[in-house]
Design a protein around this ligand. Structure first.
Ligand SMILES: C[S@@+](CC[C@H](N)C(=O)[O-])C[C@H]1O[C@@H](n2cnc3c(N)ncnc32)[C@H](O)[C@@H]1O
Length: 401
């Protein structure tokens, strides 16, 4: 057996699990959980396996790490995962998870959910949670007493990759347009006329198109999503494929690079700023429109969708972090402008339409029931034309090469 385990394990998916595999899964779970599960647990697993899928790592004929999963409601849920007792602490669980993520990514998924449940005080609870956290899951919700008074149920989720803008491209322009006020604020610091400019992460090209219309600047776009880029090109924007790791222009090509609502999608700021530094002329500027962690909590619509704050803070780099990353690549902090300003207003039809169409990527990342509850309250305030007060603004960061 030890000899066998020196071989490379093979990853297998069974869409209709065979009896032998299910038996191995049940015996692995039994060995892992000791006397914790009752006798009819094996029957439950057998029944679940008849409509779920199995994937596992095997060496020879032996399964060493296994999971049962379903994609029944449109995203993968792991319903059981276990590694053979004598193979634990050898990294097989992590390898299985890696293969599984690759497998579901190829199916087009970028998110996995699972429920882990146990008596709160049992060590199995802490070790299960620690394992899933080590492979990138975060606890979304904790329920006490869902099945029994001292049982805890953890809802966990792992998300990777970015929001799929190829999917969102179709509806994007229904809810978004160029914000002329922001372009004016950029222009106050960096006059655009006659300059060569890059709109990084230009999306459907709204800002670049507006600038090309309104000024004598030559504005190019860089955008990784083919579907978003096509829309930009259709507006006459010279938008090219690229991202934070590769901007397809020669060194020192641009006078000014700006990005609007993009930085929270970029997984490696150091790589991005290095590329900016490369394609900027000496003395050129970078302008970034984003929101600070404080501003993420003061958006007027947080009152309808409070769950967005924690998720947004996870994915948005805060201002000091951005400055540090830029400075590390040799860019100099030039100016920071916060646009917070108290105002009174009523919900506009445009905003209601944006929320209904999930026009902000964050609406795809919170629980559907939280989104629906917020949307109902938002609709109510729209109908009443309730008076809303907000001092929310955004942050503009400028760096110089
Ligand atoms: C919220 S949209 C903003 C689009 C446009 N800047 C605007 O304000 O209308 C975010 C855009 O960032 C792009 N993006 C995502 N990851 C990126 C990366 N690593 N480098 C450059 N752009 C990226 C997405 O494809 C998407 O078009």
């Amino acid at each position: 057996m030890t000899n066998k385990l020196t071989n490379q394990p093979q990853f297998v998916v069974e869409k209709e699990p065979c009896e032998r595999s299910v038996k191995q899964l049940v015996s692995m779970i039994r060995a892992y959980s000791g006397t914790y599960f009752t006798d009819d647990f094996a029957d439950d697993v057998q029944i679940d396996a008849s409509f779920q899928r199995l994937c596992y790592l095997k060496i020879g004929d032996e399964i060493i790490s296994c999971m049962m999963f379903t994609c029944l409601d449109g995203r993968p849920h792991i319903t059981a995962m276990v590694t053979r007792r004598d193979c634990q602490s050898k990294g097989y669980g992590k390898r299985l998870m890696g293969f599984f993520v690759e497998y579901v990514s190829r199916l087009g998924f970028h998110e996995i959910e699972l429920y882990a449940w146990s008596e709160k005080t049992k060590p199995i609870c802490a070790s299960t949670q620690a394992f899933y956290q080590s492979v990138g899951f975060v606890v979304i919700k904790e329920h006490m007493g869902l099945w029994a008074p001292d049982m805890v149920t953890l809802k966990m989720r792992k998300t990777w990759g970015n929001i799929d803008y190829n999917m969102l491209a179709k509806k994007y322009d229904l809810t978004r347009s160029a914000n002329i006020d922001i372009l004016d604020r950029f222009a106050e610091v960096f006059p655009f006329e006659g300059k060569t400019i890059l709109d990084f992460g230009c999306g459907t090209g709204n800002f670049a198109h507006a600038l090309n219309q309104m000024t004598t600047a030559k504005v190019y776009g860089v955008e990784p999503s083919a579907a978003m880029r096509e829309k930009a090109v259709a507006k006459g924007v010279d938008a090219r494929a690229g991202d934070h790791t590769a901007i397809p222009f020669e060194d020192g090509f641009f006078d000014f690079i700006y990005m609007t609502d993009v930085i929270h999608h970029v997984p490696d700021l150091k790589a991005m700023f290095s590329e900016f530094r490369r394609v900027l002329k000496s003395g050129g500027l970078v302008g970034i429109l984003t929101e600070s962690h404080d501003q993420l909590a003061t958006r007027f619509w947080v009152r309808y969708f409070p769950a967005t704050v924690a998720v947004e803070r996870e994915r948005y780099p805060d201002i000091p972090h951005i400055i540090k990353a830029a400075e590390r690549t040799g860019l100099r902090a030039y100016k920071t402008v916060a646009t917070d300003e108290a105002r009174l207003f009523a919900i506009s039809e445009d905003f209601l339409r944006l929320a209904e169409n999930k026009g902000y990527s964050i609406f795809h990342l919170i629980e559907e029931d939280e989104y629906q509850t917020g949307l109902a309250a938002l609709r109510e305030d729209y109908v009443k034309q309730a008076e809303i007060s907000s001092a929310h603004g955004e942050t503009l960061l400028f760096f110089e090469r």
